[in-house]
Design a protein around this ligand. Structure first.
Ligand SMILES: [Zn+2]
Length: 202
């Protein structure tokens, strides 16, 4: 496997490891994003290559970031905690034109993501506005329902009031009729008595 300028040879020797570690720059820790490629993945089995910090068996990766997109590298295989980064690039840096194209593609991708995020935000604002309107409409609706039911209650009240008046009038008429009938009976009896009296005088 070829080795490229920004790689560091490691050995199991502790002194070498320590000097290597102390001279190590932060860029070694900046592990690029990777993509899983079935032709270059898993742990390194061809050699006893170990990562700098953890001294664990190194892994095979394919970078998926910026101008390094698609470059294979040997790197730290630790999945949690600090990843101690690239040990060795397998592929040389891409030709400059390809690097520029990759940069452009990533820029387009990030721009589109940003646009989508902005769209999402605008959409979220619109949704919040619609929710507010919906709440307001719901309030107006329940107010309307209240008003209508109050109106019905009022009309029912008037109706029952009317009914009360009518039945009162009927009762009054009935009472009047009863009194008139009674009066007529009395008058009839008086007429009968008068008639009897006249007959007895004869
Ligand atoms: Zn490591």
């Amino acid at each position: 496997m070829p080795s490229w300028p920004n790689s560091n040879e490691t050995s199991d020797d502790d002194d070498e490891f320590m000097s290597e570690f102390s001279s190590m720059q932060m860029e070694y820790f900046q592990t690029p994003e990777t993509v899983i490629d079935p032709s270059f993945c898993g742990l390194v089995i061809e050699s006893d290559r170990r990562c700098i910090l953890h001294r664990q068996r190194a892994g095979k990766f394919v970078a998926f970031e910026g101008t390094d997109t698609g470059r294979r590298f040997i790197g730290c295989a630790t999945e949690d905690g600090v990843n101690c980064g690239v040990l060795e690039w397998v592929d040389a840096p891409w030709p400059v034109i390809l690097q520029r194209c990759l940069t452009k593609l990533w820029d387009m991708y990030h721009e589109q993501n940003l646009g989508r995020a902005q769209d999402n935000e605008a959409h979220g604002t619109e949704v919040a506005k619609l929710h507010k309107e919906l709440d307001s409409l719901a309030n107006q609706y329940s107010q309307l329902v209240d008003d209508v039911s109050k109106l019905f209650d009022y009309q029912d009240g008037i109706k029952s009031h009317d009914m009360d008046c009518t039945s009162q009038a009927i009762n009054e008429l009935k009472e009047k009729k009863r009194r008139l009938e009674e009066q007529a009976k009395i008058e009839l009896q008086m007429e009968k008595l008068k008639l009897k009296k006249e007959q007895s005088h004869c």
